[in-house]
Ligand binder design. Structure first.
Ligand code: NAP
Length: 476
């Protein structure tokens, strides 16, 4: 058993931190992403070993927790379908926040039971002799952890379609939210000013309760179209809560891991904001009632359906093809046949690119993961900014189960909830073939004028079935 400052513990935490950073770096490229995951996992294993070696640790509780957690992880990885991954990610973010909140609660309880002097001794050599520092870390962790937990639960319910994806707004929402924020700050101040006083305990419970309410009230007014930003922001919050918990128990491994998650979550949030043409400040405060619902885009023109055979003739004559995958490709699990079709088109002399919109699918990187799984060459993956400037020269744009990310209303209709979001301008390609099962709307729930454009043809049916049929035509 070693002290927190023992060289072995310090070395193990440093090696673990280096492995976290190396693993993150490796996740930058599709080719090294899987190994990066493994490298980070080894880092986490070393961090757990270091923690178990700490003086005063009760092994059996950690072991019981690890066995239960691993069993749940193993079962869910088999039981949860790939399409349900986004809500699972939301749920996991939430549990990260809940864990941090529980650490804050347990530490506050320990402190109150033992008294500051004894508790300070338990924190180990080098612990700051400042009750204010520890109390602030406890209150901060409790608030951020609580907001992350309840906010993630709402995001989970919205993504799993167990509650309406549209913004839930009510009268006086801004005032209610302002009061909640004042309440959480006020109760945190009571905890920090006199952590040993009679009022500190009820105030601490109030901090957690108000934090939980704040998580709910800040996510319910955000509509489905903004969910990618919410998910990455909550991911960042879960990291910030973990890092703050590290400052309570003075654990360097937790501080480093939490800071990495917090920082990468914020970077991802900014990427998502850019993809949706929203500023971070706007997204942060859109939770306070600024999202408008509705948007009744008026559509003109008629829908022109296409048969598999006709689609084959169009594609057979194409010299350049851009494939735009969306959530429907994930539902249909069509990525493998899509890659096969891409190869056949190339063999036929066409230049093929896969254009991935940053918010396509239901989680950041959703389409990249699926296409990498199907071994689509990384060099063929491009972004809307690479394709849009020359899209007029593209012979055929094939939209596979995408809807919102190709909706021209984002460009043309100021009343649309999608207004301002950069899209893939497939409506400007010479021909656009849209694969979907019906005329139903996408995640944002709005009409798509693309389906009614002169150069658009609808290939109705399950994406995998349609693409498989096209592949069969090419092979014939
Ligand atoms: P989308 O707008 O949700 O549209 C998906 C389309 O796929 C639907 O219109 C559906 O039409 C079709 N589809 C479903 N199953 C299919 C199947 N088996 N075969 C063929 N088509 C099928 O998808 P998107 O264009 O990818 O846009 C993503 C949306 O999700 C955006 O609004 C984004 O803001 C939101 N979102 C993204 C994230 C993220 O991080 N990426 C997170 C949360 C939310 P049918 O029912 O007619 O087939």
């Amino acid at each position: 058993m070693f002290d927190q400052n023992h060289p072995l513990i310090t070395i193990l935490y440093i090696v673990a931190s280096v492995l976290f950073i190396a693993g993150l770096k490796m996740m930058n490229r599709a080719t090294t992403a899987r190994s990066g995951n493994l490298v980070s996992g080894v880092g986490m294993f070393l961090a757990i070993v270091a923690t178990c070696l700490l003086k005063g640790m009760s092994f059996h509780w950690i072991l019981i927790g690890a066995v239960i957690g691993s069993a749940i992880g193993a079962v869910t990885s088999y039981a949860v379908k790939m399409t349900a991954m986004p809500e699972m990610v939301g749920l996991f973010n939430g549990f990260g926040g809940l864990a941090s909140m529980l650490v804050a609660w347990a530490e506050f309880h320990k402190w109150r039971e033992a008294g500051w002097q004894v508790y300070h001794g338990l924190l180990g050599a080098g612990a700051p002799d400042s009750p204010l520092f520890t109390a602030s870390a406890i209150a901060f962790t409790a608030v951020v952890g609580a907001v992350t937990f309840s906010g993630s639960m709402i995001a989970f319910l919205k993504l799993a379609e167990k509650m309406p994806g549209r913004p839930i707004l009510f009268k006086g929402q801004k005032i209610v939210n302002a009061l909640i924020i004042v309440g959480v700050i006020g109760t945190s101040v009571i905890v920090c000013r006199d952590p040993s006083g009679d009022w500190a305990y009820p105030a601490f419970y109030a901090v957690m309760a108000i934090g939980l309410i704040l998580g709910v009230t800040s996510v319910i007014p955000i509509g489905g179209a903004d969910m990618p930003v919410v998910i990455s922001l909550l991911n960042s919050y879960s990291g910030i809560a973990a890092a703050a918990a590290g400052f309570i128990i003075l654990n360097n491994g937790l501080i480093v891991a939490g800071s990495l998650v917090g920082a990468s979550g914020i970077i991802l949030t900014q990427i998502m904001c850019k993809a949706m043409n929203r500023s971070l400040a706007n997204v942060l405060f859109s939770g306070f009632g600024s999202v408008q619902s509705g948007g009744g885009t008026q559509v003109q023109g008629e829908v022109k359906a296409l048969s598999i055979e006709d689609a084959y003739y169009v594609l057979e004559a194409a010299q350049s093809v851009v494939i735009v995958p969306g959530y429907g490709m994930a539902v249909a699990q069509a990525q493998h046949v899509v890659r096969e079709l891409g190869e056949l088109l190339e063999k036929n002399g066409a230049e093929v690119k896969y254009c991935i919109h940053p918010v396509a699918g239901r989680m950041p990187g959703h389409m990249n993961v699926l296409l990498a799984e199907a071994n689509v060459p990384y060099e063929q993956l491009v972004e809307p900014g690479d394709v849009n400037p020359t899209i007029e020269t593209v012979d055929v744009a094939i939209v596979i189960g995408a809807n919102d990310v190709v909706n021209p209303a984002a460009r043309e209709d100021k009343t649309s909830p999608l207004w301002g979001m950069p899209i893939v301008n497939v409506d400007s390609a010479r021909t656009c073939i849209v694969l979907k099962r019906s005329m139903r709307a996408g995640f944002a729930g709005v009409e798509n004028p693309l389906f009614f454009k002169e150069n658009t043809r609808m290939l109705f049916g399950d994406a995998k079935a349609s693409i498989s049929a096209l592949v069969a035509e090419f092979k014939d």
